[in-house]
Design a protein around this ligand. Sequence first.
Ligand SMILES: Cc1ncc(Cn2c(C)c(CCOP(=O)(O)OP(=O)(O)O)sc2=O)c(N)n1
Ligand SMILES: Nc1ncnc2c1ncn2[C@@H]1O[C@H](COP(=O)(O)OP(=O)(O)O)[C@@H](O)[C@H]1O
Ligand SMILES: [Mg+2]
Length: 566
Amino acid sequence: DIQNQPSNLTDGMHVVVEALLRNGFDTIYGVVGIPVTDLARHAQERGIRYIGFRHEQSAGNAAAITGFLTGKPGICLTVSAPGFLNGLTALATATVNGFPMIQISGSSDRAIIDLQQGDYEGLDQMNVAKTFAKASYRINRPEDIGIGLARAIRAAVSGRPGGVYLDLTTALLGSVIDQAEVEKTLFTVLDPAPKMIPDRQAVDRALDLLSKARKPLVIIGKGAAYAQAEKSIREFLEQTGIPFLPMSMAKGVMPDDHPLSAAAARGLVLKNADVVMLLGARLNWLLAHGKGQKWNPDARFIQLDIEPEEIDSNHPIAAPVVGDIASSMEALLAGLTAYPMTQQNDWLEEIDRVKQVNAAKMEAKLNANPSPMDFFSALKAIRTVLEKHREVYLVNEGANTLDDTRNVINMYSPRKRLDCGTWGVMGVGMGYAIGAAVTSGQQVVCIEGDSAFGFSGMEIETICRYQLPVTIVILNNGGIYNGSHANLGGGTDPSPTTLDAQARYDRLITAFGGTPYYATTPEELEKALEAGIASKKPTLIDCAIDPKAGLESGHIGNLNPKVVGK
Ligand SMILES: Cc1ncc(Cn2c(C)c(CCOP(=O)(O)OP(=O)(O)O)sc2=O)c(N)n1
Ligand SMILES: Nc1ncnc2c1ncn2[C@@H]1O[C@H](COP(=O)(O)OP(=O)(O)O)[C@@H](O)[C@H]1O
Ligand SMILES: [Mg+2]
């Protein structure tokens, strides 16, 4: 029960810590200050690990990725107004990605805020957060803390997971309450993410449609990765022999070298599949909304999703299966015998042929070995190392760095590839690396574009302060997309056009006691990456990439505005 109180009284801060402990929270990521510093101290006193960041956005990203990895919401703690706002980008990104997290921020005096009388760091945070979070609550009375946290936990993890904002006013944190009284209000939330069993008829309809397909395809999304349903997904695919396409953060739910992987024949399977089963994947921009020349216009869709409103969002769904992926996969497996598949073997042979051709093209790129290095010669060296360390977490962001790494580096187990997600957000890298390292204690390797790294780069001080097992590889081509703006037609931009004019990010980490490497050849890169992983210590490798390497916006330059009629 609540300790260290002189009398039978306690205060709001201690009650919040007790409520967190009752619900099994063992870590808080944050940046403290007025009015939450003592809240963090009390948490530490009671054995909760507090990880202090340099910017709230990275603390929020660490909380979000903790939610994705564990299924329990990560906790981010910030001060009011500016600290709250800095965390909001991570809260919004978590909500779009479907990662459960709770941002707890101190807030100012309601009386002054509501009359807009100008409080210290005054902002109506609960209402501001509503636009960006899955749910937003404020707790005003100490006796409501138990229920308030319960509501935040349930909102974060039930249904489609997301980011929740929990507003704790300064008055609440300083409020005094009788210990015995408040004990009665604290409890452990029961089954906050209950199974959502799909309707039997929906399952039969899906199996019937899939069994009649000549060229079926299963697309595995990060919702399936989050659901931790990899065992039943593998069983289903191997029993039916249906090819699959993993979305970026679902790589590893099935090993990328599995014979049923159609990733290297993505264009062929999207264009020709006649029945497509979406497993926790939205038909959003990442899949061209299920329309247009990328798709077979006659394709019919099966969709497994926990969010009923996702069905028909972009394309009519012929067989919706609303429920949690784990329960839905179990139901599909149980019903399979009644629906033998009629898929033709020539479909798999057709896919294999295209996979061979595309794999050969990729190997040619990887073996070109230009000097200075380009993305592919660097990624070949990285692949050589990571093939020997398949258990590491791989954090990845950038444009060319993101798109090329996704296609070159195979993943062999689920929830190990952590990247820019649905919004394509730059700046998630260091927060994700810290969240993954703190949550798992495992080695993390970050493959970062040099511009992407810059968004959260100051957190290498955090990584060094906590001596986390994180090795950062920066594919440094001297700027955004490709360093030399001469390629972009820019005349006067001072972007470096030669390697020795490029920034040397490796030198940054020496300021904080980390290990630096500068690699100008694949051999140097391979050795540095091996050493970084072996050290299990903070390491930063600046990998010098030709400033002329890369395409603007990587593989999605086509999303830029099209000027018509000019
Ligand atoms: C928060 C934020 N700001 C800006 C962008 C725009 N952007 C930016 C700024 C990128 C950086 C690309 O440069 P890089 O050095 O990280 O990668 P490559 O040079 O390897 O392409 S990728 C991209 O979409 C973004 N996606 N997210
Ligand atoms: N446990 C779960 N069971 C079923 N669906 C889930 C579960 N968790 C998340 N989802 C759904 O998974 C989908 C994930 O889609 P998305 O983030 O677009 O994945 P990707 O970008 O990998 O295609 C969301 O529509 C979400 O509602
Ligand atoms: Mg770059």
